[in-house]
Each structure stands twice: as structure tokens, then as C-alpha cells.
Write a new protein. Structure first.
Ligand code: FAD
Length: 309
């Protein structure tokens, strides 16, 4: 039994989601290999070989693998799939793009978004926006799985000493081509992996008002997040959305400001270690999950908090 983890990276750096995925893979029994598919990605393979618990790193390096086009990435994974009992992706945008193609090509029923490994063939995954946990068992010879990274503590990034092996790159499928990428630039930590997240909701009132969260996030070294209502109203960018249809986060500290605590928002943040809620309505459901609640007007509370910090 050997598990293949598909690395998340940008050809230069290995992303943290890979470490959580390796941690999940380590619980499936057997060896853990990591596949780095990319272009000029040898630094990523070097980083991957240091991950604790990884026994081999496979590097498929070719220009047409550099932009992580799903058709090429899936073909690359399928080309080496026969050697594996489990093929495991982080449940990130790119993992969720490639995994279903791999599952379809292998005629395997994908198991999505697992949060626990009960045994090599049995896994737990949240359903109904996290209101119930399904235990699922797979009889497929090759199990294709995506991992909710917040469900597993990251494997240590150092301490391992895996060998790196080059694998032959598959041919370019020609089915899609890379046109361009617009990446939002920010000095703040990445939302999905941040230790502290400050999120604003509809209560912020406007995009201009949302900026009062900046000094708080600066003081705390936090990433900024938002509810869907705030995003839909144009107060915050789309990629800040936390929740069922946004990002799932589980930071050490989550500060929800002017957010009511709708079930779809809670689905994205309720596993945070400490939750602080600031809301003027003491009946707001967010207080039901908060460790610390402050009933008050955010426009006075937030500046006071910044001053106190
Ligand atoms: P509201 O519910 O309007 O709450 C605003 C809060 O701000 C209130 O509690 C109010 O008391 C407080 N407030 C107002 N003024 C102040 C002030 N001056 N000081 C302090 N507090 C103040 N939502 C998500 O967030 N993420 C998702 O991924 C998501 N996915 C969804 C998927 C589906 C299929 C559906 C149907 C809905 C989804 N939603 C999602 C929407 C969700 O149902 C809620 O509508 C949304 O979360 C509400 O956002 P909010 O809490 O910012 O706004």
C-alpha cells in the first residue's frame, strides 16, 4: 500500500496545504510519496523531500506542466497511478480541479474533503455545510481523495530525507492552453493558511468603512476575510469570502466583526481555535460559537481595540 500526494506549489515554493495533505496520507498506512508536477520546479521537489514521513518525491518537469492545466496534470497523475493504493490532493482550488478528472479516468468514486482517516478504506467527511459527518468506505482499488487541510495538523516541513526521482512527463494534451493569470498581491498572510483572521460582514456598511479593519489586521499580523454578504455588496474582494462557498479556515484566532453567523458562514470558520465576535445585536447567532463576544458598535469597538493593542 502506497499513497501518492499531489503537491500544491507555484513552481518556486511548496504551499503549506501539501503538509496537511501529507499528514492525512500518513494515516492511510503504507509509504507516502509526493508528486511535484510543474516546470522548473526542482526547488519544490527539494522542499518536498524534507517533509517528515515522505519516502519518495517524484518530479515531472516540463513546460506544459508549469501552469497546472487540469488536463495535463490529470494525465500525469494517471500515468503513474497504477503504483498507488491512494491518490490524495489537498481540497484547494487546484486540487479540486484535477482530482475529479483523475477519479473519472481511473473509474474510481472520488472521496471529497475528508477530515479524518478511520482506516485505509474508511474516511470521515462533513456534509450539509458541516452539520453532519458522513463516514464513507471505498472498495475502489485506487482511492482518489481530497483532504480538507484544516482537518489535519501540518506534517513537519523538515526532518525527512526522501529521494527525488524524475518521472517522464506526459505529452501535452493540447486540450487547453494557458492564457493568463491575475494574482491579487497582498502583504498580508494568505487567508487559507493564516494563524489569525479578521473578517468583516455586512455590518461594516461600505467598502470605505471596511478599511477600519486594516489597522486591526496590521496589529495582529492577520489575514482579512469577509462574509458573503460583504463580498456581494462589494465591500471586500471575492477571494476574501469565508464560508461554505468561500474559503474554509481554521486559524488560531478568528475575529468576526459585523457578521451575524449564518450557518453558511460558520461552515467556513467554526473550527477556528479561538473565535471572537463583535456585534451590536446580542442575539446574533455568531455568539453561539464565539469563545469571546463583545456586544457593541463596531465603529467604536474596533478603534478602541486597535488603541488597546
Ligand atoms: P448579516 O446577516 O446581514 O449580518 C450583519 C451583522 O452585522 C448583524 O448581525 C448586525 O447585528 C451586525 N451589525 C450591523 N451593524 C453593526 C455595527 N455598527 N456594529 C456591530 N455589529 C453590527 N455566507 C458566507 O459568509 N459565506 C459563504 O460561503 C456563504 N455561502 C452561502 C451559500 C449558500 C448556498 C447560501 C444560500 C448562502 C450563503 N451565504 C454565505 C450567505 C449567508 O446565508 C448569509 O447571508 C451571510 O453570511 C450574511 O452575512 P453577514 O453576517 O455579513 O450579514
Amino acid at each position: 500500500m502506497t499513497t501518492l500526494v499531489i503537491a500544491e506549489h507555484d513552481n518556486k515554493e511548496l504551499k503549506g496545504a501539501t503538509l496537511n495533505t501529507v499528514a492525512a496520507a500518513s494515516q492511510m498506512g503504507g509509504d507516502v510519496h509526493v508528486l511535484v508536477l510543474g516546470s522548473g520546479a526542482s526547488a519544490v521537489a527539494d522542499a518536498a523531500k524534507g517533509i517528515a514521513g515522505v519516502s519518495k518525491v517524484l518530479l515531472a518537469d516540463a513546460p506544459h506542466l508549469g501552469d497546472q492545466l487540469a488536463e495535463n496534470a490529470a494525465a500525469q497523475v494517471v500515468a503513474i497511478a497504477k503504483d498507488y493504493s491512494h491518490i490524495v490532493f489537498p481540497a484547494t482550488a487546484s486540487g479540486k480541479n484535477v482530482a475529479p478528472r483523475v477519479a473519472a479516468l481511473l473509474d474510481s468514486a472520488q472521496i471529497s474533503d475528508i477530515i479524518a482517516v478511520d482506516s485505509p478504506d474508511t474516511f470521515q467527511r462533513p456534509i450539509y455545510a458541516g452539520n453532519a459527518i458522513a463516514t464513507v468506505q471505498s472498495a475502489d482499488p485506487v482511492k482518489v481523495i481530497t483532504v480538507r487541510t484544516t482537518g489535519f495538523d501540518a506534517a513537519a516541513a523538515t526532518g525527512g530525507s526522501a529521494a527525488v526521482e524524475n518521472v517522464e512527463a506526459v505529452a501535452d494534451s493540447g486540450k487547453s492552453s494557458f492564457v493568463g493569470r491575475e494574482v491579487a498581491k497582498s502583504d498580508r498572510p494568505e487567508l487559507a493558511g493564516a494563524k489569525i483572521v479578521v473578517s468583516g460582514g455586512r455590518g461594516m456598511g461600505s467598502a470605505e468603512n471596511f478599511k477600519i479593519l486594516d489597522p486591526l489586521a496590521d496589529k495582529l499580523g492577520a489575514a482579512l476575510g469577509a462574509s458573503r454578504a460583504a463580498v456581494d455588496a462589494g465591500y471586500a474582494p471575492n477571494d476574501w469570502q469565508v464560508g461554505q462557498t468561500g474559503k474554509i479556515v481554521a486559524p488560531q484566532l478568528y475575529v468576526a466583526i459585523g457578521i451575524s453567523g449564518a450557518i453558511q458562514h460558520l461552515a467556513g470558520m467554526k473550527d477556528s481555535k479561538v473565535i471572537v465576535a463583535i456585534n451590536k445585536d446580542e442575539e446574533a447567532p455568531i455568539f453561539g460559537v464565539a469563545d469571546y463576544g463583545l456586544v457593541g458598535d463596531l465603529f467604536t469597538v474596533v478603534p478602541d481595540l486597535v488603541k488597546a493593542l
